[in-house]
Design a protein around this ligand. Structure first.
Ligand code: KG4
Length: 359
């Protein structure tokens, strides 16, 4: 039987990524991250699109070469259609369309958020494992349907009930900022580089999470809110500055030992408690004990540890994706695209990207 070989392309934000999946096994996954945004403290959409244009050809070429696959062997091209930054999505979408037309093969559109959840089903080939030391010798567990997925990234915070790769229901989501946004914006207040999530994660390890009590939202149901927490974090610092007649966090940090570490630990702990509190409620109400996390924030070490702890306490079977599949990557898009290809779920050449959408 002919092998099914999917090239996937992800360009929804500031990572240009391409992957090859052959018969359900990941052969390559190449990502070019964009450093250009660091000095601005956040992603600048116009610069992101330009960088995607520069990166896309070498990234796709490298993904094919590392997989040892010629473009003429491809069965289909899967691409992220949305949600994301329109200019960024346009680059990946146009490239996918052009290549699919040139090779006369089908196009498969993938929803970025579904892609994050499908990261749990990526099965790296032996060849790919050889290139990623953290994947060597580990067995990746795949969740069983139905499961709940806490999807937490820079743009989304959702609890999703997953019935099948193409049947998902959002039980709750943020009504304002995403968890990743809260990490990044609070990190910016502390003068930490962008993206701030990994920095807060690192500093938290040396901090006391009980030092600075921060506001928690009081929403019923499964929806999240992080804007009040952000304000509370900002006001905590503002009040300390005012009390000492200072103007910058760095001045304050010179006087207060472990200031940044304690603030980071307090913030991280509060975000984790908010996220897992709602997840616990959803798991109980839906009577589901298969629990997964996905998205960039799922790389957070405190969240991972807390989820494992909840798993022990509430008899959940917990699924945490390998680090390389948590932040934006094309492997997860290829996995969703592979399933769609097998179902003959192709999209028209006229498909346009979308900035916003629901699962
Ligand atoms: O999924 P992702 O790569 O992009 C989006 O689709 O948004 O997520 C990026 C987000 C950023 O907000 C980043 O700060 C956060 O994931 N992030 C983390 C960690 N690693 C990445 N947040 C907390 N702790 C981390 N270790």
């Amino acid at each position: 039987m002919k092998q099914v070989t999917i090239l996937s392309i992800e360009s929804s934000c500031d990572d240009t990524s391409a992957a090859v999946i052959r018969d359900g096994l990941l052969m390559s996954n190449v990502t070019a991250s964009q450093k250009v945004h660091e000095e601005y403290g956040g992603v600048v959409p116009e610069l992101a699109s330009r960088a995607h244009q520069q990166n896309i050809l070498p990234v796709v070429d490298t993904a094919l070469k590392r997989a040892g696959i010629d473009k003429n062997e491809l069965s289909a091209i899967a691409f992220t259609r949305g949600p994301g930054l329109l200019g960024s999505l346009l680059v990946g979408t146009s490239f996918a369309k052009g290549l699919a037309l040139a090779l006369n093969i089908p196009l498969v559109e993938v929803n970025h958020l579904q892609g994050h959840i499908m990261a749990h089903f990526v099965e790296p080939s032996e060849q790919y494992r050889q290139t990623v030391p953290s994947l060597q010798g580990i067995e990746i567990q795949h969740p069983h349907y139905p499961f709940l997925c806490l999807l937490v990234s820079g743009g989304n915070s959702q609890i999703v009930r997953v019935e099948a790769y193409n049947r998902m229901t959002i039980l709750g989501q943020t009504i304002d900022d995403a968890a990743g946004e809260a990490f990044d914006k609070c990190a910016k207040v502390l003068g930490l580089p962008y993206p701030g999530g990994p920095w807060i994660d690192r500093l938290s390890k040396q901090g006391d999470s009980t030092k600075y009590p921060l506001a928690k939202p009081n929403l019923t149901g499964y929806d999240y809110s992080f804007s009040g927490l952000k304000t509370s974090f900002l006001y905590t610092i503002r009040d300390m500055l005012k009390a000492r007649g200072m103007t910058t966090v760095d001045e304050l940090a010179e006087r207060i030992p472990k200031l940044k570490e304690d603030l980071c630990a307090s913030l991280q702990k509060t975000i984790i408690n908010i996220l897992l509190g709602k997840l616990k409620k959803a798991a109980k109400d839906e009577n589901i004990s298969e629990i997964a996390i996905a998205g960039g924030v799922s790389a957070n070490s405190g969240l991972r540890e807390a989820l494992i702890d909840y798993g022990h306490r509430y008899q959940w079977k917990v699924y945490i994706p390998p680090f390389s599949f948590t932040t934006d990557n094309a492997a997860m898009i290829g996995q969703a695209g592979y399933y769609k290809y097998l179902d003959g779920d192709f999209c028209s050449i006229e498909a346009v990207p979308y900035a916003k959408t629901r699962i």
